[in-house]
Write a protein that binds this ligand. Structure first.
Ligand SMILES: [Mg+2]
Length: 437
């Protein structure tokens, strides 16, 4: 039986609902709906003008409706009278194919048809910065190797503990919080789960971190590279496939000739991602700024912790894919700007293609990729900028057929116009280096 949201509201003291959706650029949009109107909205959706968000629609399009998923309901731990809901977008009685959550659900459905249940965990790094956005929040946080620094972590205890307490209250199973590799940078880890649950939580986590930081007079940013000399914000994802009952990890094998504890199915999935990784950067690393994180020179701490080439390894963080433990792998390419739904949709689309075509990722590499610096000629490289990534993405037949023509065309159209907007600005670098030409 479907949960009736008005009944949940009266039981839990919810006065308002945020009916939200994520657009193609990853922006969280919503309407604040009083509980008195929620039953109708639950059935028919909240109306939006699609053109007003980053979706490929014109002002002439009819109303778009966000139909909330009652299973996604999260009562805001810092403002309990509000309930947050993820939604699927509909127009003219049909799901909007070129919308992120609908795209992910389609890939999950494809996986289920093959008897697979995808599980994922995400590691969302972020910086705590001052409210003006001009520098990190804690001016005492200056060490050249600040990772795991206890004193800097504890100076932000009021913010970090409020976020962690919230995750405990929500039942996400948080288990560790740390100061990451850049000054002002933090990471908080919670349990992995079914990929749609993780994607919804990923969206909510970003909203929660920003909101709680604001309550403390600070600002949180997930920007891929907010400071050029410091390590950027990654968003690593850990993947595994289980049987539909969730009782058996199909990525696990005790009899792996490569000694990484992975099954043949896992290598095929991994091979599918590696095969299309250069095109996937268009959604894994979706901003102009993203390309300052990948392909980056060494940072103040000595390592960028992000990849430049398409390789995999065992427990070695210098590669794009790491196998930290039996039965799962970590994809380290994505950054803090990645759309939580599109990135998982891209992973599943290419992973399933790898399974269906029996892709072989080759042997794992056990070398320190950061020691190679620019000498990467033996390896397939990641795109150097968003324009190159978009061109690969647009022409990739695997992604066109699996994510859908509508999604690929809409996404690239909007992103090309963003690229044009970026390149139309004169930069200080151009003036400094071209004025005397
Ligand atoms: Mg990290």
């Amino acid at each position: 039986m479907t949960t009736k949201l008005s009944e949940v509201a009266s039981k839990r003291g919810i006065h308002y609902f945020l009916i939200s959706f994520v657009d193609l650029f990853g922006n969280l949009r919503s309407k604040l709906v009083p509980t008195r109107a929620i039953d109708d909205m639950q059935k028919n959706g909240a109306g939006f003008a699609g053109f007003a968000a980053w979706l490929d629609m014109t002002p002439a399009h009819p109303d778009m409706f966000a139909i909330p998923d009652p299973d996604s309901l999260i009562q805001l731990p810092w403002k309990k009278e509000i309930g947050w809901l993820a939604s699927d977008l509909w127009m003219d009685g049909k799901p909007v194919e070129a919308s992120p959550r609908v795209a992910l659900k389609r890939q999950i459905n494809n996986a289920e048809k093959l008897g697979f249940r995808i599980k994922a965990g995400v590691e969302c790094e972020y910086h705590l910065i001052n409210s003006e956005g001009t520098g990190i929040a804690d001016e005492q946080d200056k060490q050249s190797k600040p990772c795991y620094d206890q004193q800097s972590l504890m100076r932000q205890y009021p913010v970090i503990s409020q976020i962690c307490d919230s995750m405990i209250e929500l039942g996400w199973g948080p288990y560790q919080n740390d100061h990451e590799d850049a000054n002002g940078q933090f990471e908080m880890n919670w349990d992995y789960d079914d990929v749609l649950i993780t994607a919804d939580r990923h969206v909510f986590f970003k909203f929660m971190v920003k909101s709680i930081a604001e309550l403390h007079g600070l600002r949180a940013t997930f920007m891929p590279k907010p400071f050029s000399h410091l390590t950027g914000n990654g968003c690593h994802s850990h993947l595994s496939i289980w049987n539909l009952e969730g009782s058996k990890n199909l990525f696990h094998s005790a009899d792996d000739s490569r000694s990484l504890g992975l099954s043949n199915l896992a290598y095929q999935f991994l091979g599918g991602i590696m095969h299309s990784a250069d095109s996937l950067t268009a959604i894994f690393n979706p901003t102009i700024n993203s390309y300052k994180r990948i392909n980056a020179p060494r940072t103040l701490s000595g390592a960028s912790w992000s990849p430049s080439s398409i390789t995999y390894s065992g427990n070695n963080r210098t590669h794009m894919i790491r196998v930290p433990d039996d039965g799962r792998f970590e994809l380290r390419l994505m950054d803090g700007a990645a759309n939580p739904y599109l990135m998982q949709a891209g992973i599943i689309a290419c992973g399933l293609e790898g399974i269906e075509t029996n892709r072989d990722p080759g042997e794992p590499l056990d070398i320190n990729m950061y020691e190679l610096d620019d000498d990467l000629k033996d390896y397939k490289l990641l795109p150097k900028n968003l324009l190159d990534a978009l061109r690969l993405f647009q022409d990739n037949e695997i992604l066109r057929s699996r994510l859908g023509e509508d999604l690929v065309d809409s996404y690239t159209k909007l992103k090309y116009s963003q690229w044009d907007s970026y390149t139309s600005h004169l930069t200080k670098w151009e003036m400094d280096n071209t004025l005397d030409c």
